[in-house]
Design a protein. Structure first.
Length: 711
């Protein structure tokens, strides 16, 4: 243990020397730094390792290492004393007490005093002879409390400094910082600037990004200022606690020294009293010497009996060991406190004040940055020398409102210029739209007048197409103008078109039938399948579309087509169905081709029947005689279990389709006359059992009213 203690002493001495050299180097570097700041030392003459010498981390590491080494050495010394010194002293005292006890027993064995049969306690004698002093714990309790508070403050300072150093990297690029900067920028903008911010402007966009960056920088500086203020408060508390620690050390040192003297006196008193009881023949001499040395008179104590000496020696040994340990502790604490009082605490206070100065300098730099961003006061402007006064309006704004205020001012001016440009462009768009629509309207009106003056059969359709084209042109021009206006306001046209597309798709699903009718109407007008007044037939192969409709076209709108049939009924058909149906226009044919069937008994000669039919057709005035006429024998068929012969008659006529019944009436009248004159009956022959499949309903007609079809 002693060899270990010697090695630790050598190590502590080396660390102490190194720490002293490091402190001297740091002090020299600080002095050089101050000379550089005052301009007394040129920058080119500064040593190369100046920045490394100004670092405090090596000093803190050395101080921590030195403190640990001193604590380890103190622990080793205490173990050596407790294991070696105490045992040696105890043995020496035991031997001395045993020797004195033996001599006393030999000299006073014959004359034994009964009053000395009971041992006298040395503790009461010691307490009477020793004045009362504060204990070691009571003297060191304030120091321990102050040290604990200082350690807590140092831990808080390290945490705050690390947080402040990492705060800029932590906040930069965070969504929270961007949102706070956006809110501050919105609060700092005027109402006009906020309204005009929707207008597109490259210069305004650049200034907006610059403002956003300045506000983020301002928020970071403000957060660092808040942490710095807390650090300064902690350092001030630390300086105050260190000063209180120095005062407490100054107050504790006299108490500890007095306690050490009291313990020494108590130890001497105990030792002299024990010797006096163990050696009664020397008691007077021992007490007289003690009184001369200390000025304290010890009371007389009876000699000890032989049987009580062992217990007495053990009790005195324990008391002496306790007093020795207390003295040893005080002897170690008093030099430490004296060193702390003389230099350590003063160095710590100087170190803390240096750190406080660095924090104040950093706070001043933060304040200058805040002033640069947010501006100065009018009083500061008035205090400037005349040569430093701002000369322009922009420089004044920069000084009073800072970079943020100047950026807001320039952004407002850029937005005002963008507003003027937008108003001019919007006026040009509106004027161009009005001009195009008016020119198109004049053209449409002129063409409409020309069409109405011609009063041709296609005039209605042409007027409708012209009106539709004008409406479509006007809609397209208005949409283009609105698109241009929105694009100049800064809106994304692609997003608007996509939104309109989605909305149009939803509307198309909700109004599918209506849109189908509108598109069908456009298709009908483009294809021009019929006109107003035409006789048409609308039919479809799809059973869901309904039966075929025949009639004259009365009106065609965007959604429906209205026709009037033979019975003079008005029928309204959706344009979607009309555009998907088969349309037969009878009016546009040069002549109407029609046909009918004649059913007669197969007993008559085919030649004779064909000749009679030709004669009847030739005599019809409503049939075009100059065009082809056909009479065809198409064979036999069964009608209601009666076998008959069928003849098909084909002809052309100028009669409209809706009046075709007049042609059929004249034809059947001529047929009846010719067959009646020839003695041929149009009635069916006798029924015959003929196995034939059932015919369609349209084939089961009477001979007097055969079915007719148009081709």
């Amino acid at each position: 243990m002693q060899a270990l203690e010697e090695l630790q002493t050598t190590y502590v001495q080396g660390i102490s020397d190194l720490h002293l050299l490091s402190l001297q180097q740091y002090a020299t570097a600080m002095e050089l730094k101050k000379q550089l700041g005052r301009g007394e030392l040129p920058a080119e003459q500064a040593p190369e390792g100046l920045l490394q010498a100004l670092r405090k981390e090596p000093l803190r590491t050395l101080e921590q290492t030195l403190s640990e080494a001193i604590n380890q050495r103190a622990h080793t010394r205490f173990r050596i004393i407790s294991l070696g010194g105490q045992i040696a002293e105890e043995r020496a005292q035991q031997e001395a007490l045993a020797t004195e006890a033996a001599k006393a027993a030999e000299e006073g064995a014959a004359s034994e005093d009964p009053a000395a049969s009971a041992p006298t306690s040395t503790a009461s004698t010691t307490e009477e002879a020793t004045p009362a002093t504060p204990t070691q714990a009571e003297a060191l309790a304030p120091l321990q409390a102050l040290v604990g508070q200082r350690l807590d403050l140092l831990a808080d300072l390290d945490r705050l400094e690390a947080e402040r150093l990492q705060q800029e990297a932590t906040l930069t690029g965070s969504e929270r910082l961007e949102q706070q900067a956006e809110n501050r920028m919105r609060e700092g903008s005027g109402w006009l600037e906020a309204i005009l911010s929707v207008l597109p402007s490259d210069r305004a966009a650049e200034l907006t990004e610059l403002l956003r960056g300045n506000y983020q920088k301002l928020l970071i500086v403000e957060a660092q200022q808040a942490l710095l203020a807390t650090e300064k408060e902690k350092v001030a508390q630390l300086i105050q606690l260190t000063q209180e620690d120095r005062q407490a050390s100054a107050q504790a040192l006299p108490l500890l020294k007095a306690q050490l003297q009291a313990l020494t006196l108590q130890q001497d008193t105990l030792w002299v009293s024990a010797q006096a009881q163990l050696q009664p023949q020397k008691a007077d001499q021992l007490k007289a010497d003690f009184s001369v040395r200390t000025g304290i008179s010890l009371p007389s104590a009876p000699p000890l009996l032989e049987k009580n000496k062992a217990d007495f020696i053990a009790r005195v040994q324990d008391e002496l060991l306790t007093l020795y340990v207390q003295k040893l502790a005080l002897q170690q604490w008093i030099p430490v406190l004296e060193q702390r009082q003389a230099s350590t605490l003063l160095n710590e206070i100087a170190h803390y004040r240096d750190h406080e100065g660095q924090l104040n300098a950093l706070d001043a730099s933060f304040m200058r940055m805040v002033k640069r961003l947010t501006g100065h006061t009018q009083e500061e402007l008035a205090q400037l020398p005349e040569r430093q006064q701002p000369s322009t309006h922009l420089e004044t704004i920069y000084f009073l409102e800072g970079e943020i205020g100047a950026d807001h001012e320039q952004r407002s001016q850029a937005l005002l210029r963008a507003l003027l440009r937008f108003v001019f462009e919007l006026f040009a768009i509106i004027y161009g739209t009005w001009f195009l629509i008016m020119m198109a309207k004049r053209f449409v009106n002129r063409r409409s007048q020309e069409i109405e003056m011609r009063a041709g059969p296609e005039s209605t359709h042409q007027l409708f197409v012209l009106s539709f084209s004008f409406v479509a042109f006007r809609l397209v021009v208005v949409l283009l103008a609105a698109t241009l206006a929105l694009s100049r306001m800064g809106f994304d046209i692609g997003v608007i078109v996509a939104s309109l597309g989605i909305g149009g798709f939803a509307v198309a699903l909700a109004a599918k039938e209506t849109l189908s009718d509108l598109i069908g109407g456009i298709t009908l007008f483009v294809e021009h399948s019929f006109s107003i007044g035409d006789v048409i037939q609308i039919s479809s192969s799809d059973p869901k579309m309904g039966a075929a409709e025949v009639g004259r076209v009365e009106a065609v709108s965007w959604r429906v087509t209205r026709i009037t049939n033979v019975m003079n009924y008005s029928i309204t058909i959706p344009n979607g169905r009309v555009s998907e149906s088969v349309i037969i226009n009878y009016t546009r044919q040069a002549q109407l081709r029609d046909f009918t069937h004649v059913y007669i008994s197969p007993a008559y000669s085919t030649r004779q029947v064909v000749a009679l039919i030709n004669e009847a057709v030739d005599e019809c005035n409503l049939i075009r005689q100059d065009l082809q006429k056909q009479v065809l024998a198409t064979g036999n068929t069964v009608i209601d279990k009666v076998l008959v012969s069928r003849y098909e008659i084909r002809w052309y006529t100028d009669i409209p389709y809706l009046a075709r019944a007049r042609v059929l009436t004249e034809l059947w009248t001529r047929l009846w006359q010719k067959f009646h004159e020839a003695g041929l009956s149009l009635e069916y022959g006798l029924p015959q059992e003929v196995q034939a499949p059932a015919l369609p309903a349209q084939a089961k007609t009477l001979p007097q009213q055969p079915p007719t079809h148009s081709a």
